[in-house]
Write a protein that binds this ligand. Structure first.
Ligand SMILES: [Cu+2]
Length: 125
């Protein structure tokens, strides 16, 4: 094998190993059962993203991280609520059972502007 060909083979193997490694990392992020995780941050006075699209009947884990102080996460129409503690990450499992647009909001007073801390879950077929 020429030196050039050997180099090419090594590069291909390195690329394959990297791809396989990345795949393992991505899968490791899914909890047992493999439910997808949707990341959400909460801070005065917004959630990001403020709109989350979900599929009806498909379970997801919302991982909500507070970047500053205590907040809440409440989806009145779906009977969901959770505390989102300062500097911590809260996990909320959701299995939307119907389509529609469902408002969520902070229900732990976090200062002037708290009333506007809201977003929407959009559940599609
Ligand atoms: Cu608040």
């Amino acid at each position: 094998m020429t030196r050039t060909r050997l180099t090419a083979v090594v590069l291909v193997l390195a690329a394959l190993a990297t791809a396989a490694g990345w795949h393992r990392v991505a899968r490791a992020r899914a909890p047992a059962g493999g439910e997808p995780i949707v990341h959400l941050t909460a801070k005065k006075f917004e959630y990001a993203p403020s709109e989350i699209t979900l599929r009806k009947g498909v379970p997801v884990i919302l991982e909500i991280t507070s970047l500053d102080r205590d907040h809440g996460f409440k989806v009145p129409a779906l009977g969901i609520r959770a505390d989102v503690k300062a500097g911590a990450t809260t996990r909320v499992r959701i299995v939307p059972d119907r389509t529609g647009r469902f408002a969520f909001r902070c229900d732990v007073f976090c200062g002037s502007g708290h009333e506007d801390m809201s977003g929407e879950l959009v559940v599609v077929e």
